[in-house]
Design a protein around this ligand. Structure first.
Ligand code: PLP
Length: 361
């Protein structure tokens, strides 16, 4: 198999891939293909229950939080979060614009109603991040929204160290389940699949139930967060396949990896190895992120010239390494080190980088 460093769809753990292949023919305990499985079947109801239970166990979530599986990706949540929670009883919600995806989120919120941007990284070329605790946020704000890992720029926030003054909402699409969290500091956490959670189609939403009391009564039902919570993520036809693979991934995290602290260790090993390699090549390579904000999940870098970047992707492809193209908005290269990327794959990438640099020297 190719070694997939793509930012999305991300790599899948090989054991999960094997189980998925089997389930496409027939889910072991049922004899029915997962692709033909009814979302009303007992089997699927038990899968949703297990996915929720496993996510609760991995994150150490209390009953204060709901867990639901939504569709429409994180982009739909960019719109529905302000619709549900930015009610006139509060000051406008506060947004941190730290890169491409957070700017998309705040732009969408401003289409729904008033919102404020409390920090904008444009002036620093989206290479740095603020410290959450130092932001100047109106204490009456409906919430503070940020993107915990900027997938495109390769920037990752430090986890909050204090209880926030206003409800904290985090888009964790590209670093969910990559490290342990003090979940009780968050009012809402959401993450789409196709990075750490398997194929696209499902978006995990974790909400402090206290916030649900704010939701206006006149939202279309499918946009009201209470609807899927009350219907155990089965109000309308859910993405059965994506939820099944997500469940397999949560099993892998719990049983094979041993939880999020163990996952974080592996992720730290991988990212520090790659950054060390790139730092050794600093004469020829530039990392997009300022050192303090380097992401463990997405490493954006360039040889400084589109021709050289392309030559490197071609050299990497000869070793079976794929998915290194940077996003069109930043250009350059990007190696995504999601949970399923193995340390061995990172070693091979580093060796390929080193060999490439030597050839050009
Ligand atoms: N937020 C982040 C951090 C992302 O990386 C992405 C996509 O890659 C999105 C949001 C958009 O998600 P979706 O395509 O599910 O709408």
């Amino acid at each position: 198999n190719a070694l997939n460093f793509s930012a999305g769809p991300g790599a899948l753990p090989s054991t999960v891939l094997a189980q998925t292949r089997e389930a496409i023919i027939a889910v072991p305990e049922t004899g029915v293909s997962v692709l033909g499985m009814s979302h009303r079947s007992e089997w699927f109801v038990s899968i949703v229950e297990e996915a929720e239970r496993n996510i609760r166990a991995l994150l150490g979530l209390s009953d204060r939080y709901s867990v639901s599986f939504l569709q429409g990706g994180s982009s739909l949540l960019f719109a529905t979060i302000p619709m549900n929670f930015a009610t006139p009883a509060f000051a406008p919600p506060a947004y941190v614009n730290s890169g491409y995806w957070s700017s998309r989120a705040s732009a969408e919120a401003s289409r729904v109603g008033p919102s404020t941007v409390v920090w904008d990284g444009q002036s620093v070329g989206f290479r740095e991040l603020p410290t959450l605790e130092h932001l100047d946020v109106d204490r009456r704000a409906a919430y503070l929204h940020y993107v915990s890992n900027e997938t495109i720029e390769g920037l990752q926030f430090r986890l909050p160290t204090q209880d926030p003054a206003v409800p904290l909402i985090a888009d964790m699409s590209s670093d969910f389940l990559s490290r342990p969290l003090a979940t009780e500091r968050f009012a809402m956490i959401y993450a789409h699949a196709q990075k750490n959670l398997g194929p696209a189609g499902v978006t995990v939403s974790v909400i402090d139930r206290e916030l649900l009391g704010r939701i206006p009564g006149n939202l279309p039902r499918i946009l009201d967060f209470r609807t899927q919570i009350e219907h155990h993520s089965n109000y309308n036809t859910p993405p059965v396949f994506a939820i099944y693979v997500l469940t397999l991934i949560t099993r892998w995290l719990l049983n094979d990896i041993g939880g999020l602290a163990a996952m974080q260790k592996v992720n730290e090993t991988k990212s520090s190895r790659l950054y060390r390699q790139l730092d050794e090549m600093q004469d020829v390579v530039k990392i997009h992120a300022a050192r303090a904000w380097r992401s463990q999940m997405n490493v954006a870098f360039t040889f400084g010239d589109a021709r050289l970047d392309r030559a490197f992707t071609e050299a990497a492809a000869e070793h079976g390494i794929i998915g290194l193209d940077g996003h069109r908005s930043v250009g350059g290269l990007r190696a995504s080190l999601y949970n399923a990327v193995t340390p061995e794959a990172v070693e091979l990438l580093c060796a390929t980088l080193s060999e490439f640099a030597l050839q050009r020297a």
